[in-house]
Ligand binder design. Sequence first.
Ligand code: PD2
Ligand code: ZN
Length: 294
Amino acid sequence: MIKLDEQWGTWLRQKIEQRTAPEMLIKAMTGAGFDAQAATYIVLSAVSPGAPPAGSAPKSVRIPPFPTPATASTYVNDVVPISTGNTIDAGDRIVEVTMRLERPCVMMFDNVLSDEECAGVIERAEPRLKPSAVVNPETGKSELSQHRVSEGMVISRCEDAFITVLEERIARLLNWPLENGEGMSVLRYKIGDQYHPHYDYFPPQNPGSQRKMAVGGQRVSTLIMYLSDVEAGGETFFPRIGLSVTPKKGSAVYFQYCNADGGVDPLSFHGGRPVVAGEKWIMTKWMRQQRFGL
Ligand code: PD2
Ligand code: ZN
């Protein structure tokens, strides 16, 4: 028996009373971040409580936050600080803009990193990888979770001359101060590894968020740089807008979700699909409202 929280439980009861088709409910739940197997099990058990679905119940199920359309519709985009051209002069490299979406603000870039730079980051990161952690919404502390299966490490800001070149390029590309950036997080996903959908901002209603925002304020944007191609799977996806980004070595996806008033955009909900074949390496830069750390 899987226990839903109050909002999901009420929603499911109401939908079943309204005789909504189970496939629609499963689709809505996976769109909001449920694992497909878990959503199917929950919906079928709720539709026919006396006849549980065949097969065993999923062992551990993560209940994603209930979508809040009211908040989604009230968020107002800020002007994007990134230059408007089809190419952007990032100082030592011309970056190509291959896609722009207004709401949520999502952009895709080619030619952010050279093959040699991707290899250089991987070489630095590999010996320092550890199982990845997530932030506990109650305490704000990091802990291991099935929600995020990969190995990762954090490269301190400007820890050497090679990294400083990349930090300066990213700050020019995003037109956001280098000092407002967190150290970059490098992740390796092996076959089956994934990152369930989440927000990169610290949800204002979570008690642990204040602790995370004490230095640097809220996160405003994310740049995910792909350090490898992936044979199959491993897309970065945005389930609320039906967008999937295929990893391509040297390219990047950018998204922005916090405005000048500190409002956050729930449409930026995103995840990393399981790797089906090959290996996926990424490097993520999160930008804050204010100066972060040193
Ligand atoms: O690896 C990804 O595609 C991914 C997906 C969602 C990375 C992140 N989030 C992240 O680094 O925040
Ligand atoms: Zn993320």
